[in-house]
Design a protein around this ligand. Structure first.
Ligand SMILES: *[C@@H]1O[C@H](CO)[C@@H](O)[C@H](O)[C@H]1NC(C)=O
Ligand SMILES: *[C@@H]1O[C@H](CO)[C@@H](O)[C@H](O)[C@H]1NC(C)=O
Ligand SMILES: *[C@@H]1O[C@H](CO)[C@@H](O)[C@H](O)[C@H]1NC(C)=O
Ligand SMILES: *[C@@H]1O[C@H](CO)[C@@H](O)[C@H](O)[C@H]1NC(C)=O
Length: 427
């Protein structure tokens, strides 16, 4: 079991190895500052796609962030980021092998700076064209979404990228593009992505990537919980290190990145340590659980002992009902019976002292035991000699609980109607 747990824990924290190469942030992106990325491996030329994420932090929600698709022949990539502070973006690195081969970063927050010269905070930016979704603004797990546009300003056949922050990137397959009344030109795409996943769709045409803008959706659950489209190859967030790793200030890399982009050794070591910690935690939990069980059992045993040696009452730690859930017995004492009076005083003793009453005092079992008067046991016997105080009780019989059944003065005579007997009809 131990080795099984260990291998499972290691497998869980092993990198997903979905990206052919890695890359790493070299500086914390700030307002109007530079994006600095170092790529390790892959084949140039590289491309970095910067996708705005979340709402604009500027007054009146003015959107100044344009999608940036930056090519680079060098593995040291640097370019200006004209985004305002406290806005977010996702970066996707590609090499010559295809879109998103380097993976997608987590959503990165733009840090503040004293430079705001790179954007006009009074004017919204706009793409060359835009696309729509049908059903409007909805993407549902395993359901078709129609992605459509008005052809006017589109150059050539549009393409669409899907980007899951901290996860997979893919090209949305475009097929069977058709014109439809009301929903322009477009195609149906069945979303093979699990509900709850954040998905960016980026629209491209022949004039550039991102010219048609982007959308950000959380994939919704289907009405019928349809998961027939999902497989192990479905695009998802990664459980391994996040592309881009953590920022130099330690932020922005997502939860599972500690090694940076260089090697995966750190992640593997972290995984093994994590697995060992997990095993220790499980073993500790098991130990305490078993110990608690044992304690529980011994306390049960002690209770049984108490029941048999019933004269030795008043021992703490008995398992009893809480005081307020105990029935308070009302027993009429037989003045001629020593046993009965003893029994009753025992009850009142316990009750007046605020101690919980125990079912050990069950009258039937007690009555079977011949009690030598006044000497049942030393502890009870000594208390018996002390003067007793009884609670004063007033008994009031209420008789106003509605009309009585008998002797009601205003009872109305009841009328019973029977169906006609037809006995006096002559033929
Ligand atoms: C921004 O601050 C730095 C020092 O932190 C200073 O050198 C630079 O001149 C400032 N720039 C502007 C535009 O104020
Ligand atoms: C095309 O672009 C122009 C200028 O940006 C705009 O006025 C026009 O509405 C666009 N046409 C369509 C069909 O989007
Ligand atoms: C696309 O899906 C819609 C319903 O979501 C359907 O009405 C339409 O016929 C589909 N179009 C194609 C080309 O499959
Ligand atoms: C868009 O991005 C892809 C993949 O990064 C690239 O191959 C392609 O050349 C880009 N398209 C344009 C028009 O720049």
């Amino acid at each position: 079991m131990l080795s099984l747990t260990l291998s499972a824990a290691v497998a869980l924290s092993l990198p997903d190895l979905i990206n052919a190469y890695s890359w790493q942030w070299q500086s914390v992106p700030n307002q109007c500052g530079n994006i600095d990325i170092q790529v390790s491996g892959g084949s140039p030329p590289y491309r970095v796609l910067i996708i705005p994420s979340g709402s604009s932090p500027l007054p009146n929600n003015i959107e100044v962030r344009k999608i940036i698709d930056q090519p680079s022949d060098s593995s040291s990539i640097s370019f200006k980021l004209p985004y305002p502070a406290d806005s977010q973006f996702v970066a996707v690195v590609s090499d010559s092998t295809g879109f998103g081969s380097g993976g997608a970063s987590a959503a990165i927050n733009v840090a503040d700076s004293n430079d705001s010269s790179c954007f006009d905070a009074s004017q919204n930016v706009q793409g060359k064209w835009f696309f729509n979704l049908d059903p409007p603004q909805q993407i549902v797990q395993c359901q078709p979404t129609r992605i459509w546009w008005t052809p006017g300003n589109v150059t050539g056949q549009p393409t669409f990228f899907g980007v899951i922050p901290q996860g997979n990137t893919f090209v949305i397959p475009v097929s069977n593009v058709q014109n439809e009344d009301g929903t322009g030109t477009g195609f149906n795409w069945t979303t093979n992505i699990r509900s709850g996943t954040t998905l960016h769709i980026i629209a491209n045409d022949n004039t550039g990537n991102g010219t048609g803008g982007s959308s950000r959706n959380t994939v919704l659950d289907s009405l019928f919980q349809d998961s027939s489209c999902l497989s192990s190859n479905s695009p998802t967030t990664t459980s391994g290190p996040v592309a881009g790793g953590s920022l130099p200030d330690g932020s922005g890399g997502g939860s599972s990145s500690s090694s940076g982009g260089g090697t995966n050794t750190g992640a593997i070591v972290g995984g093994v340590i994590g697995g060992v910690v997990l095993i220790i935690a499980v073993l500790l939990a098991l130990f305490f659980w078993r110990r608690r069980n044992r304690e529980h059992r011994t306390s049960e045993k002690r209770q049984v002992d108490l029941l048999q040696a019933e004269a030795e009452d008043d021992r703490p730690g008995r398992q009893e009902l809480p005081q307020y859930y105990q029935p308070e017995p009302f027993i009429v004492p037989d003045p001629s019976s020593d046993t009965a009076s003893y029994r009753m005083t025992a009850y009142t003793d316990a009750a007046s002292e605020g101690r919980p009453l125990s079912t050990d005092y069950d009258t039937s079992s007690r009555s079977g035991t011949p009690d030598p008067s006044g000497a049942a046991s030393s502890s009870v016997g000594t208390r018996k000699t002390a003067p007793r105080t009884f609670r004063p009780v007033n008994i009031i019989q209420h008789d106003d609980a509605g009309p009585s059944e008998q002797g009601g003065k205003e009872e109305e005579p009841e009328t019973i109607e029977l169906p006609p007997a037809y006995t006096n009809i002559r033929k």
